[in-house]
Design a binder for this molecule. Sequence first.
Ligand code: F6R
Length: 614
Amino acid sequence: MCGIVGYVGYRNAVPVLIKGLEKLEYRGYDSAGIACVDHQKGSLSVIKEKGKLGILKEKLGDFTIEAHIGIGHTRWATHGEPSRANAHPHVDASGKIALIHNGIIENYAVIKNALQKKKVRFLSQTDTEVGVNLIGSYYRKSPKLFDAVKRAVGEMHGFFSFVLFSKDDPDTLIVYKRSNPLVIGLGHGENFAASDVTALLPYTRQVIYLEDEDLAVITAKEISIYSLKEKAWIKRHPSTVHWDASQAQKQGFPHFMLKEMYEQPEVLKNILIKRIQKNGEIFFDTVDRKFQKRLRKIKRVSMISCGTAYHAGMVGSVAMGKYARIPCQTEVSSEFRYGTPILNPKDLVVLITQSGETADTLAALREAKDKGAVTLAVVNVVGSTIAREADAVIYTHAGPEIGVASTKAYIAQLATLLLLSFYMARIRKTIPATDLKALLREFKKMPEHCAKVLKESKKFDRCAEKHYTRRNFLYLGRGCNYPTALEGALKLKEISYAHAHGYAAGEMKHGPIALIDHEQPVICIAPDSLTYDKMISNIQEILARDGIVIAIGTEGQKDLEKMSDDFFSIPKVPEILSPLLTVIPLQFFAYKVAVLNGRDVDQPRNLAKSVTVE
Ligand code: F6R
């Protein structure tokens, strides 16, 4: 949450910061601001506005600034409402140090109290302003910014990253990372810092991912990193980013979400090419022999994640139980980490996360490692904290996902977890080779099926047009499509703000049936499956109470088609693969309902792409 970017070098910093913020706005959009030192006047300029980046850009039209150092921020509010006063950058009481921040300083109130006693005045409600003033108070005693930051962060509790500079030294950025992401971009005669590599891609592909407790001094020509953990100046090796910058553009689509939905067949295809070898074996390039040996000894699996990734974990869990015959539990990260989990070295904890930075999932990973479990991260963002800290990582290779509502990253998580379950089944010899071969043959058809479902999307549009004004939706599914019901409901509520509830269809009679009347749409996910007849019984019960049935079924299910007000079909596939297809019409439905309601699809209110606070 919160996007941060810093620049020092030969270009004018202002357009570099704005371009960076455009790429980072998905991380938060309550306010935006920049600070820089005017090259001619040597003065510190701070320009910030409440609301989206567009408002700041308009405001910047009133200024002509030439600066060679600067920092920029796009905010997801934690302490203090979205307002101009609470927008970053924040400046210390001396007016010299400007700072941007991502994360939370947990003991800010205690520090604020102490500073107020020393007559420091605060203009905002943020913890950030407290942070910059603590640094400022040490800087006033001894004007070495590096030393002041080092001392101040030692007193701050919580998880955060900073980028700052002082107008006394307009050639040097200082950056600090504790848990929240921070990456340095390496240029020629210029250097960058950002919370996400997407902000750096227009300028460089050479990056250094900072580790926790790294404090770096960045000038246009040099980068020096001091590790507070190791108490020494250290070298961190640069990595090359292979992401295609064009993947982070809309490419003619009205929204990133729609573009990302249309990328799903390609995402599936890439995963299958990467993961299934010519000899039919499933292959994870990052899982070495040693880790494979540890996997063979596993007696229990926990899939831990949040939101959409949690739904992917639920499907993975069904597959793990059914094919690898390992007891498997799914839990949301925030419950797992505080639930005193019982773990040992025969436990495999799989952390599923698009961003690789979600605070609760990171804390769950650390808890699992502390308790001696084997940890495996299933992550999209290469080089992210969770990817680096887990014992092993499997990348989902969905490419950058910018739309706040996750679509292609979900499909990539599903495909990867299904393959992981089949892989575990293979090494545990719980699936005959011929059965696995047949399953993988069907899997390889999925990109084509997915493209077909996408092509028929117009049908979903018409259904959305009928129902977009309704405020309550119920989603029902069973087995591996119960998570699809949860995911469909989550997609709808997060981007359209309508209330949507996902339920296991068998539970309908235990409460939700009371909701059903002639105004209640019920989205029933009922593809060909072991529990198809049970779903039909549920649908009969809904019809008997005059409910509106929107069904997602399999081609040729004439009975279901007749019963439904609207019917969408997916091609016939093995039940375990069906969640890769059934979710697509639900993504479309949510998208269309949101558009018809005039919602901001890519940046829904109150949300941010990467949840780096608890
Ligand atoms: C919903 C959505 C969120 C994320 C959740 C976890 O569309 O995107 O529910 O799935 O915040 O994020 P990651 O996967 O980055 O850990």
